[in-house]
Structure formats: C-alpha cells, structure tokens
Design a protein around this ligand. Sequence first.
Ligand code: SAM
Length: 209
Amino acid sequence: MLGEGIAVPGWDVAWCDGRWNDGAMAWDGEQYQERFDSLAASGVSVHGEADLVMTLAPGSVLDAGCGTGRLAQELDRRGVEVVGVDVDASMIAAARRRRPDLAWLIADLADLELGRTFDVVAMAGNVPLFTPVGTQAALVAGCARHVVPEGALVCGFQLGRGYEVAAYDDHCRAAGLELAARWSTWDRVEFPGDGSYVVSVHRAPDSPG
Ligand SMILES: C[S@@+](CC[C@H](N)C(=O)[O-])C[C@H]1O[C@@H](n2cnc3c(N)ncnc32)[C@H](O)[C@@H]1O
C-alpha cells in the first residue's frame, strides 16, 4: 500500500523494463495509463501524491513530468489550477485524450521557460530517474525556477537507482532551494524507512511556507 514508499502498489521503475535513466525511453501513454486504470478499478488509491500535495494548500501546481496527467487531473478535481508538462508526446497525447480542457505541454523540463510560476511544482513517479543521466541538475533547476518565492518543489523517487538524495539535495541547493521536509513514502512515513524511496519538499531558505 502507500507505506511501500510509492503511491501505487507495484509502481516500480521495473514497469519500464529497467530502461530508466538511459535517455532513450519511449513511452506508450495508453499502455502506461492502463496500469493505473486497472489498479484504480481494483479499488487501489492511485492518488497518494495528490493527497500529499494538497497538504501544502496550493492554488496552482505544475505537474512536472506529468506522464498521462494522473496527478494534474486529480488536483484539478480538487479545485487546483494545473499545468502538465512532459517531454514525451505519447504521454501527453494520452493526457489530452482524457482531459482536453486542461493545459498540457510537450517540453523538456531542463530548459522549460513558461514565464510564470506555481505554488507547487511536483515531480511524481521517479521523474529524475527517467531524465538522461547528467541532466538531473538542469531538470531540478528547470522545476525550481517555476516555483513562487514562498512555494515548494515536491519530488518522489526510488533510491538505489543511480541518483540519490545527496545529489538531489545538491541540485536543489544549486537552484536556490533547501530541504524543508523528507519522508520515505507519499503518505509521510518517517525517512529513511526501508531506504528504498524518498519524498522531499524543498523551499527557498527564507520562505515563510
Ligand atoms: C515514470 S513516468 C511518471 C509520470 C507521472 N508523473 C506519474 O506519476 O504517473 C516519468 C515521466 O517523466 C518524464 N520525464 C523525464 N525526464 C523529463 C524531462 N527532462 N522533461 C520532461 N519530462 C520528463 C517522462 O517522459 C515520463 O513521462
């Protein structure tokens, strides 16, 4: 369940044939979404990330590396203004098919310049593990520059996959954000738990948030 560290039981980078972090991942958005649909149909909650993000009471959220838009769609349902960005066209096409009325953009977060900011920028589902190796600092910086001064960057990813918390914290610090909270699961079990997963909230050092 949620306590396994990932919001969806069975959600693992192994879903993706172990091809994380090679920068050559090509997704099938419909196939990806079907896994969540069948989990949801079996009664499993697939919205642990949305539950955590809502504790930050955001008015606006950038779903960064949104995939098929699972997080953005749920936050919209809860009254939050959302934008979803993903570099993969198949993922965005699947998101658009489900919610053509929401804002979806095909773009690389590493060089994203939307010209606006959000109360929360959220990376759910191992996004840093699916960006090309060596581009994680740029990925984090791209997310950080879209956070309002008193806002938060939220990110969850599996550990032991070549990108660890020390590097993530360094990349956040370089982008002007410091660690504000850290858990081992999206339902906020104390870190490090079993050491397999991390969920972090980073904010600007003088943020009142
Ligand atoms: C495992 S999926 C997670 C999707 C969604 N956030 C979820 O939780 O269901 C990882 C996503 O990160 C996206 N991604 C990785 N690096 C990215 C980048 N630099 N810019 C935009 N999207 C990126 C991938 O295209 C992929 O859709």
